[in-house]
Write a protein that binds this ligand. Structure first.
Ligand code: NAD
Length: 248
């Protein structure tokens, strides 16, 4: 039986990596999906890959006007919403001593402000009994050099999921974070030369007890658990999916 039959879901950053795998899985489970992303060409390719039951809305998720426009499209096309996966996120590695105010603002704008208002602006059309998933990271559980802003932004999401869950429990809306460990997605592409990226991935694989990076599809399964009734007794949790990285 399909786990998201007749559900409507918004997945930010649904054109790549974990978001795209989640969109494909949700569509296969019977949901109608709205995906967002910055580049139209990438969104077009994602829509093709997902196949059917999907609408792409291009925009910068850290821009509040673009979030408003996203929900205007959802309201016009479907009139309701059941699931929000605030997944879009960026990383920019830098040591504290080299960090600029622009770097700080850009990370917090995309990784914290955007999910905050993605949730707030969903509320008028989000059905009671809905599910909200904030995609954080195991980075908020450990201290890794060059990740201060990124990890802090993900710690903020973990905190927000608790407060949002408390505020929305009256409407039976559940709010949880999903914390992936290192997952093989295009997010690594901007983090150095080809050789540096390979070295980073190898170092992560050695750190992870399972000896490998995660696959986007594995995180899509975890997102499905949180988005669906399979997790009906879970709210305010942080679901870690990291090959044992922060647990063993
Ligand atoms: P990715 O780069 O493949 O995908 C990120 C998506 O976010 C893209 O679709 C991109 O267009 C979108 N995005 C980024 N900035 C945006 C903006 N301003 N407006 C609209 N869309 C924007 O990366 P991914 O690995 O799939 O990452 C997805 C989420 O998972 C992120 O929040 C990331 O921090 C988190 N995460 C990833 C890993 C990993 O190792 N891949 C680990 C832990 C957490």
């Amino acid at each position: 039986m399909q786990k998201l039959k007749n559900k409507v879901a918004v997945i930010t950053g649904g054109s790549s990596g974990i978001g795209l795998a989640t969109a494909k899985r949700f569509a296969a489970e019977g949901a109608y999906i709205f995906i967002t992303g910055r580049r139209q060409s990438q969104l077009d390719a994602a829509v093709k890959e997902i196949g059917s039951n999907v609408t792409a809305v291009q925009g910068d998720i850290s821009n509040l006007d673009d979030i408003n426009r996203l929900y205007e499209v959802v309201a016009k096309e479907k009139g309701k919403l059941d699931i929000v996966v605030a997944n879009a996120g960026i990383i920019e590695r830098t040591l504290l001593e080299n960090a600029t105010p622009e770097h700080f603002d850009s990370i917090f704008s995309v990784n914290v402000k955007a999910p905050y208002f993605t949730v707030q602006k969903a509320l008028p059309i989000l059905n009671d009994g809905g599910s909200i998933v904030l995609v954080a990271s195991t980075a908020h559980r450990v201290g890794v050099p060059e990740h201060s802003t990124y990890s802090a932004s993900k710690a903020a999401l973990r905190s927000l999921s608790r407060t949002f869950a408390a505020e929305l429990k009256g409407r039976k809306i559940r709010v949880n974070t999903l914390s992936p460990g290192p997952v093989d997605t295009p997010i690594f592409d901007g983090q150095g030369s080809k050789e540096e990226i390979e070295a980073t991935k190898n170092a992560y694989a050695q750190w992870i007890p399972m000896g490998r990076l995660g696959k986007p599809e594995e995180l899509a399964s975890a997102a499905l658990f949180l988005a669906s009734d399979e997790s009906s007794f879970s709210t305010g949790i942080d679901l870690v999916s990291d090959g044992g990285q922060t647990q063993l």
